[in-house]
Design a protein around this ligand. Structure first.
Ligand code: M6R
Length: 627
């Protein structure tokens, strides 16, 4: 996960920024850089690898004097730890990035979805790019607007407004040496601003500034801050001022980590755009659509190792992710996939034949049943792969090929961001397999595995839209928290989302919930429906939309209460359902990543309304290491 730090105040900016970056090291990175404003302009030093490399470069003089030397009452700088997304791990791709004259420095987290278009536009103006990153379009855009006569702040706004996707951006200009500008677009990257009487700090995460201040504000989606030493003004993208509430972060490390959130689960739900950005980084070339999964390459490239079929083994939420993966891998790569509970697979004497890959999905990497199922595959000669979040876990050590979820630490017992990232991992796997095998199977024109992979560039932005504040969750929790039974229905690729929705609800709010493929309703569950039964239907505009509408009509005909998860702008479903939760329109195969989010948000609101222990529900553990 990329880290961002900025400082403006009387202390030494270089040492504050380096310390902040060190505090964010635990999130992982592959290169780092710093820009400091000195008397003679902005000096940037960057280095690949550990922060110690950057520090030694600075001690040797780097590309600039190591410490701020301005004769101003304050010193200013920005620093960044990068996980590569666009462009390889090289010094010239590390942040900060500059305009041609080196007067504007920018750091960024996220994916700029329209960077190819912006880059083309800037190249047409004769601008030469020095990196392969998407970030570099920002300083050039700001520069272009400043050359057209705009002052820095206006030019920065004009550039920020043009960025599509979920991004966090911080920039400074040598021409206005008393201002840092920070923006949050969507939810891929947070921005926290710490304010002391005579100094201001900017960071992607609270630990980065906690050594210096506890008084913070958090930027929301679509907000831009103009930070000066000791004060900050916040505006919406249209220029309207926003009055921000200040928060005081408690001294204990747990509250510090929770930041503005009440529970870890809530925090983890809202950091999913960022988690998915991390899952994607460096794995998709968004210009060509090529997918590279280094840790699986040997298995995928080698013809004899290309799997003839896959057995996915997992438990709980990870099993539901596996069911979605079955759709993805079969649709995109045409490799047959069977999905089983770890606890069943281990005792069913599975048919393990040559060409089989056993894929374990587990966020903890320590689930006893999943490990046992994987070891059966291994003992019988299958290649064993793992999709795993916990680095160094047993599942990772047992597997010959690993795809990390890169969700970051998940503290809440209820899996949220590891669910989304494990779906995305399987989408990547499906594209990688299809690209190696040259499979062109998808019906849509132009929707080959390369363009399917390019679709992923929009995913963090779509997740960000799905996470927008929406009063519907509180409304539903208020109306329905006292119901004892819920039914969840979905179909096609969204059928496992019905299973996951039911699991989320029962796990943290202790309400009984059943998830069903919608077409199965008539074979039994329909008998449960009466005017007291809330039925949550995933009915986005996909290939089975009409089928879902007819299920909704059947529920309504029996007096049931329908809560539909539907595509934004779908006016028709509003006439059919009692309540509608919107998700943005998306390519069909990406819809489960979005429809999962309302399930999580609804379960969370219900559990909070019921006063349940959201992060540590009764009888459950984060890693189930026993049979
Ligand atoms: O660590 P794992 O992904 O292997 O865990 C599997 C299940 O125990 C887990 O998904 C469980 O169902 C979660 N608490 C669901 O939120």
């Amino acid at each position: 996960m990329c880290g961002i730090i900025g400082y403006l105040g009387p202390r030494n900016a270089t040492s504050i920024i380096l310390n902040g970056l060190r505090r964010l090291e635990y999130r992982g990175y592959d290169s780092a850089g710093i820009a400091i404003l000195s008397n003679d302009g902005i000096h940037v030093t960057r280095a690949v690898g550990k922060l110690s490399n950057l520090e030694s470069r600075l001690q040797q003089g780097g590309d600039s004097p190591p410490f701020a030397t301005r004769d101003a009452p304050h010193s200013m700088g920005i620093g960044h730890t990068r996980w590569a997304t666009h462009g390889g791990v090289t010094e010239h791709n590390a942040h900060p990035h500059l305009n041609d004259a080196g007067t504007i420095a920018v750091i960024q987290n996220g994916i700029i979805e329209n960077f190819i278009e912006l880059k083309g536009e800037l190249q047409a103006e004769g601008i030469r790019f020095r990196s392969e990153t998407d970030t570099e379009v920002i300083p050039h855009l700001v520069d272009l607007y400043m050359k057209a006569g705009m002052p820095f702040v206006r030019a920065a706004f004009a550039a920020i407004v043009r960025l599509q996707g979920s991004n966090a951006v911080v920039m400074m200009s040598a021409q206005e040496p008393d201002k840092l500008i920070a923006a949050r677009l969507g939810n891929a990257g947070g921005i926290v601003i710490g304010i002391n009487p005579d100094e201001t700090f900017v960071a992607s995460d609270i630990p980065g500034i906690l050594d210096y201040t506890r008084n913070v504000i958090f930027l929301e989606d679509g907000e831009v801050a103009i930070a000066q030493a000791g004060r900050v003004s916040v505006y919406r993208l249209d220029g309207a001022p926003v009055s921000k509430q200040r928060h005081v972060i408690a001294w204990d490390p747990v509250s510090a980590e929770k930041g503005e959130y009440r529970h870890f689960m809530q925090k983890e739900i809202f950091e999913q755009a960022r988690a998915v950005t991390d899952t994607l980084r460096g794995r998709v070339n968004f210009e060509t659509g090529e997918v590279t999964l280094e840790s699986l390459e040997a298995g995928v490239k080698n013809a004899e190792k290309f799997p003839a079929r896959i057995h996915t083994v997992a438990c709980g939420t990870s099993k539901h992710a596996g069911l979605i993966g079955k759709f993805l891998i079969e649709r995109i790569a045409r490799v047959p996939v069977e999905v089983d509970y770890g606890s069943e697979y281990r005792y069913r004497d599975p048919l393990i034949e040559p060409g089989l890959a056993v894929l374990g999905i587990t966020q903890s990497g320590e689930t006893a049943d999943t490990l046992a199922a994987m070891s059966i595959g291994k003992a019988r000669g299958a290649q064993v792969w793992a999709i795993v979040n916990a680095i160094g876990s047993q599942a990772e050590r047992m597997a010959t090929g690993v795809i990390h979820m890169r969700a970051g630490p998940e503290i809440g017992v209820c899996s949220t961001k590891t669910f989304l990232t494990s779906i995305v991992d399987q989408y990547l796997l499906a594209c990688a397999l299809a690209q190696r095998a040259n499979v062109q199977t998808f019906e849509r024109s132009n929707a080959d595995p390369f363009s399917l992979a390019r679709d992923l560039a929009h995913l963090p932005g779509l997740i960000g839209q799905t996470l927008k504040p929406d009063p519907i969750y509180e409304v539903l929790a208020n109306y329905f928290h006292d119901r004892r039974h819920f039914l969840f229905l979905g179909r096609g690729i969204n059928y496992p989302i019905a299973l996951e929705g039911a699991l989320k609800l029962k796990e943290i709010s202790y309400i009984h919930a059943e998830g069903y493929p919608a077409g199965e309703m008539k074979h039994g569950p329909i008998a449960l429906i009466d005017e007291t039964m809330p039925v949550i239907c995933v009915a986005v505009q996909d290939g089975v939309y009409e089928k879902m509408i007819s299920q909704i009509e059947q529920v309504k005909a029996r007096g049931g209460i329908v809560i539909a998860i539907a595509t934004e702008g779908d006016g028709f479903i509003r006439q059919k359902a009692d309540y509608v939760i919107n998700v943005p329109a998306a390519p069909e195969l990406l819809t489960p990543v979005l429809t999962a989010i309302p399930m999580q948000r609804l379960a969370y609101e219900m559990a909070v309304r019921l006063g349940c222990d959201v992060d540590q529900p009764r009888n459950l553990a984060k890693s189930v290491t026993v049979e």
